[in-house]
Design a protein around this ligand. Structure first.
Ligand code: ADP
Ligand code: MG
Length: 259
């Protein structure tokens, strides 16, 4: 399972989802790698690593200077991390003239296939070369979104990008699911947008809903996923449920392929 967590909108819960999904998958005894593909490095710090004390980062890997394994660290959540920091802003420029510039992450992850059961890629808030690398490397895309008025607008650009990648470099790419984040059922706008989402996207909307939960926002300041910070919090439980749902959907898809 290789998931890209993508939405070009910032602040929708991509990093929170990436870190907590990685922790939840690790809790099922799966061997998990979290790839930080955002120069902000929030997934890196949220996993307990100091982003400015790294000898190697995902940038060195994308530039094909070192194998991924040489940059991978173990975080506080029981999973491995291919970390990032501000140096990654250079990737866009440094990769411009490179050969196969959208394939770099895919190629870097190939030798790790037997080492991990699941890979989660946290994307930057843009449809940049970095996000394209994630979409080319991934099997499926998790799209976190907040149920607010403009939420649906950006979705078209993202689904078009997914289709373009499917038509070229990665024909098997599909949507793992649209994930409603920071959800407050008492907010009628949120429930309206949620209903609209379900009627537009049907089964592509995940059943699991992530509630607004302060423990999810606090955990990164302590350098750990919510599962390590407060294992009984509602947000923690929701991300455990998300892992279960994604595993179930993945298995269902495997069966359909075999049939
Ligand atoms: P993105 O990676 O898409 O920019 P983040 O995961 O960084 O989004 O989330 C944006 C902000 O919202 C962060 O401060 C984060 O702690 C907070 N946040 C994310 N999900 C939740 C949630 N379910 N409940 C409360 N706060 C959340
Ligand atoms: Mg983020």
């Amino acid at each position: 399972m290789i998931f890209a967590v993508a939405n070009q909108k910032g602040g929708v819960g991509k990093t929170t989802t990436s870190v907590n999904l990685a922790a939840s998958l690790a809790a099922t005894k799966r061997r998990v790698l979290l790839v930080d593909l955002d120069p902000q490095g929030n997934a890196t710090t949220g996993s307990g690593l100091h982003k400015n004390e790294l000898e190697h980062t995902v940038l060195d890997v994308l530039l094909a200077e070192i194998p991924a394994i040489d940059a991978i660290k173990t975080g506080s959540g029981g999973f491995d991390v291919l970390p990032a920091n501000g140096d990654l802003t250079a990737a866009e420029i440094e990769l411009v003239d490179g050969a196969n510039k959208e394939q770099r992450l895919r190629q870097a992850l190939l030798p790790l296939q037997s080492r991990y059961d699941a890979v989660v890629i946290d994307c930057a808030p843009s449809l940049s070369m970095l996000t394209l690398n994630a979409l080319v490397a991934a099997e499926s895309v998790i799209i976190p979104m907040q149920c607010e008025y403009y939420a649906l607008e950006g979705l078209a650009a993202l689904t078009q990008t997914i289709e373009r990648v499917r038509d070229s470099a990665n024909p098997a790419l599909h949507i793992a699911g649209i994930l409603r984040t920071m959800y407050d059922p008492r907010n009628t706008l949120a429930t309206d947008v949620s209903a609209e989402l379900s009627s537009h996207f049907g089964d592509d909307v995940l059943n699991t809903v992530i509630p607004r939960n302060v423990r999810l926002a606090e955990a990164p300041a302590h350098g750990m996923p919510a599962l390590q910070y407060d294992k009984t919090a509602r947000g923690t439980m929701a991300y455990l449920a998300l892992a279960t749902e994604l595993i179930r959907r993945h298995k269902r898809r495997q069966k359909q392929k075999e049939a």
